[in-house]
Design a protein around this ligand. Structure first.
Ligand SMILES: *Cc1c(COP(=O)(O)O)cnc(C)c1O
Length: 408
């Protein structure tokens, strides 16, 4: 038997079934007419924003990194809660345009921006987070051609990283951002070229569960921003402090202590240096805001035995939930939180492998899990499916096509 990841707090049973957004899982499946299905809960997302805002200093703004989940109804809902949206491609810019959001509160980071993407961003007043000096030159030339003043920020590749982070995005040679030591000169040159300077962006990693690591990272981000701004001789209008807040996915993971992070920020914000005193200060978060609000529902289509093990074969799989299969940035495969949604309050009584319907041994949703006895027709729930599920899985693989998605 292998342990399952922790089911996020607050999921309960109605009539023996897992409830999502106040109704049993089967209700949503019937409403949409088929499985697999991602169900995202408005209430959970709103509650997450409220809890986070209560824990953080009032002046701290919260941006949503839309790559975590860009399902149009969800994006529209989150855009009413977030102070800004962070995008990383021209395609994501089109998605944001479709939800009627103030584009001056959108910033566009990401390496390898094409000229057409720079042009679309500058033309619509989106802030570009510059990833290199050559990107700065291209952006300035495009702005001149368009007769526009570009809004430019600089993404810093700092000389530190987020400890214990699932995915490291700063410290040492990286395709992201501009090495810290070259940033002051670039600040001066883009201001000299007449841009609307929008400050700095320092993102150092993702999926941290240790408050201590986040507090340490945020202190270094503030120090680094102050040092670079002082060297350039400017006060910063904005500082995007990155994010990195993680959610528990695996056995033994504990939620991030946001109260501790908030208290440490309160202390830092009370004594900001002149370079930061007037800055708008931002966090940019993806999975923390929406990850636990989503559940992936898939139906068991076969139950079989093989050399003494039980396999529950579902109509879903890694083509929708790549991360849960263990093939998206994890080294050792561990089980996500998984349950039999249609028997959510039944006692676990057998050990079973939950697999997807793809012809590859990589397609596993839970290994040797202790679960209630489930039959063909039962619904399986994979939790923590609100981020990097549908938007980060190869849905075209094996001709399966995308899952349904619903915001409820
Ligand atoms: C992916 C990404 C995020 C969001 O990461 P989460 O782990 O989902 O919070 C934020 N900022 C940048 C620059 C990113 O690349």
């Amino acid at each position: 038997m292998k342990p399952l990841g922790p089911i996020p707090a607050g999921y309960e049973a109605i009539d023996g079934e897992l409830a999502i957004g106040g109704a049993p899982a089967s209700h949503w499946v019937e409403a949409i007419g088929r499985t697999p299905l991602f169900v995202y809960s408005r209430d959970r997302i709103a509650q997450r924003f409220a809890d986070l805002r209560a824990a953080m200093p009032d002046r701290l703004k919260i941006n949503y990194a839309i790559k975590a989940n860009s399902f149009a109804p969800l994006l529209k809902f989150v855009s009413t809660l977030a102070d800004g949206l962070d995008i990383a491609s021209g395609g994501e810019l089109d998605m944001v345009r479709a939800v009627d959001f103030d584009l001056s509160r959108v910033s566009f980071a990401g390496p390898g921006k094409r000229d057409s993407e720079l042009e679309a961003a500058i033309g619509s007043g989106v802030t570009l987070n510059l990833e290199s000096e050559s990107e700065a030159e291209r952006a300035l030339a495009i702005a001149e051609r368009l007769g526009k003043t570009p809004s430019l920020a600089i993404r810093v590749n700092p000389d530190f990283e987020l400890k214990g982070s699932g995915m490291k995005m700063g410290g040492g040679p990286k395709p992201f951002g501009i090495d810290a030591e070259r940033v002051p000169a670039l600040i001066r040159s883009i201001i000299g070229a007449g841009c609307d300077f929008r400050g700095l962006h320092i993102f150092t990693g993702s999926q941290a569960l240790s408050a201590e690591a986040v507090i340490d990272m945020q202190a270094k981000v503030l120090d680094c921003a102050d040092r670079l701004a002082s060297e350039a001789g400017v006060n910063l209008p904005k500082l995007n402090m990155g994010g990195g807040f993680g959610i528990p996915y695996f056995p033994g993971d504990k939620p991030l202590d946001i109260a501790a992070v908030g208290h440490a920020l309160d202390r830092r914000f009370a004594e900001l240096p002149d370079t930061l005193a007037g800055a708008e200060l931002f966090l940019e978060l993806g999975r923390y805001l929406v990850g636990e609000a989503g559940v992936y529902l898939t139906r068991i289509v076969d139950r079989k035995e093989s050399y003494g093990e039980t396999y529950l074969v579902t109509d879903g799989g890694l083509h929708h939930q790549l991360a849960a299969s263990g093939n998206f940035g994890t080294v050792v495969r561990r089980n996500y939180p998984v349950a039999i949604a249609s028997r959510f309050d039944a006692e676990a009584e057998e050990t079973a492998n939950v697999v997807g319907c793809l012809c590859t041994p990589l397609d596993r949703l839970a290994d040797k899990a202790h679960l209630p006895r489930a039959e063909v027709g039962d619904l399986v729930a994979v939790f923590c499916a609100g981020a990097y599920g549908a938007s980060a899985s190869p849905s075209a693989f094996l001709g399966q096509g995308p899952a349904e998605e619903m915001l409820v």
